[in-house]
Design a binder for this molecule. Structure first.
Ligand code: FAD
Length: 425
């Protein structure tokens, strides 16, 4: 059976998988068991968790703590860098969660978790008590990983790996670069947020440059020797952009040794570059709150029980999304959404004194290679009979000669449906 048919077969054969996809979750709705659940972080993981906790048990008191009034989406941000979308299209509001599901939102940053007293302590000292806490703080950067590249350097040499001012800075630099210039993107080692993201970014910048500055070039200096959806990306680059995009594997250039943000130079073990626009995507780790709360391990990410997403260090805290270690699932918005639903079902079951369900988890990730052309990758994940850890049950990706026009239609539909599934509108 080909991968796509097997994927559909798995979904169709698994009522629970569909249930957690949002099609029907009637049999997981419980009114027995109440409690206070605090969700920290209103991104794709946290907003989905808050929404599904309330959908699965309307009697729960669910509080979502997030410092920003509205969320800025990373999915779609590469399109804004290429001038295909306005930044305003990235904004997601919490209004529907508040109004339609009675989720309390607290517009604040959590300074620390008082785990022994089960309280989230805000930066102004206020405390929010919980019976269960779901933590989805996203990523932070390893500022000590590349000599010369720290938070201060990112103010002139953007990473644009969190949507917002960084995205705007990179967009401006691409706009003001002269024709014939070189854009250099450094891609980080695994694991990191959105494995195909650097290559989607290169594709869409190429699309902009082909039209406005056709003598320019894009180099991708990679810390890896291969990357997500590689055959389909490389085929698309050849067909759409000729030799404008060049991918340089770590085998060829060695380690990225240092960056000089003022001179805008990059040195690797074997060479040196001075691009016109430099986009450094640094190595990553779990969001700071996870680390300061003692929920990470030596990897810098949070270990979890993959059935409940509970921390092995604290059974009242569940960690989902980019911050958790849920390999082989990639760190994506779709993975965060899938994990949030599984976690919500486990929290609801546990507060009702019942065992957690063991569903399948899903990731499906689209990348645009041009305004109307996309490619995708899919994975379905279940629990291993040997050790109970997550394993890939089925996987597939667009072939190099796949139908990219059709994939783009699916990708647009996914963006609309996904937003509704996470933010409720
Ligand atoms: C360029 C780019 C393109 C991408 N495209 C796609 C795509 O097409 N498809 C896809 O599936 N994924 C994509 N991703 C990946 C996706 O953005 C992430 O995987 C997803 O956002 C992870 O969700 P999360 O909830 O873990 O973290 P986030 O979405 O980052 O949310 C974390 C939230 O926690 C809040 N927070 C952090 N610390 C605290 C604190 N102390 N107190 C309170 N709140 C706090 C933050 O303000 C933030 O709102 C892309 C990423 C990038 C960079």
């Amino acid at each position: 059976m080909n991968p796509r048919r097997r994927f559909l077969h798995l979904l169709a054969g698994c009522g629970f998988g569909w249930g957690l996809c949002g099609c029907t979750f009637g049999r997981f709705v419980r009114r027995n068991g109440s409690g206070r659940v605090v969700v920290v972080g209103g991104g794709y993981g946290g907003a989905t968790a808050a929404r599904y906790l309330k959908l699965m048990n309307p009697d729960l008191t669910v509080t979502l703590i997030e410092p920003r009034d509205s969320y800025l989406s990373c999915p779609g941000s590469n399109e804004t860098v290429a001038g295909l979308k306005d930044m305003s299209t990235l904004v997601r509001s919490y209004d529907s969660l508040r109004r339609e599901l009675d989720i309390k939102t607290v517009n604040a940053q959590v300074a620390r978790l008082d785990r022994s007293r089960r309280r989230a302590v805000l930066t102004d000292g206020a405390e929010v008590p919980y019976d269960r806490l779901v933590l989805s703080p996203g990523i932070d950067f390893r500022w000590d990983a590349i000599e010369g590249y720290d938070e201060a350097a990112s103010r002139t040499v953007p990473h644009a790996w969190r949507a917002g001012p960084q995205t705007a800075l990179l967009t401006r630099q691409i706009r003001t670069m002269s024709d014939g210039g070189v854009v250099l993107i450094t891609a980080p080692p695994n694991p990191y947020r959105c494995p195909p993201g650097p290559y989607e970014r290169a594709s869409l910048i190429a699309c902009y440059l082909k039209k406005h500055k056709p003598r320019s070039k894009i180099l991708i200096l990679d810390a890896k020797t291969r990357f997500s959806k590689q055959p389909a990306f490389e085929q698309a680059w050849r067909e759409l952009y000729g030799d404008m995009v060049e991918w340089i594997s770590s085998e060829k250039q060695g380690r990225l040794e240092r960056i000089d943000a003022v001179a805008r130079t990059v040195e690797t073990e074997f060479d040196a570059f001075r691009p016109d626009v430099l986009n450094v995507i640094p190595p990553q780790k779990a969001g700071a709150l996870a680390e300061t709360s003692g929920l990470t391990d030596a990897s810098g990410w949070c270990p979890i029980d993959p059935v409940t997403f509970a921390s092995p260090y604290d059974s009242a805290i569940h960690i989902i999304g980019d911050a958790c270690r849920a390999a082989p699932m990639p760190k994506s918005a779709f993975s965060a959404n899938s994990q949030a639903k599984v976690c919500a079902a486990a929290v609801v079951a546990s507060l009702a004194g019942e065992p957690p369900p063991q569903p399948l988890l899903i990731n499906h990730c689209y990348s645009f290679v041009a305004p109307d052309e996309a490619i995708s990758i899919t994975g379905v994940y279940g629990y291993s009979r040997n050790d109970g850890q997550l394993e890939t049950r089925s996987a597939g990706e667009t072939s190099p000669h796949g139908d990219r026009l059709r994939e783009a239609i699916y990708a647009r539909a996914w963006q609309r449906n996904f937003r509704t599934d996470v933010f409720g509108y």
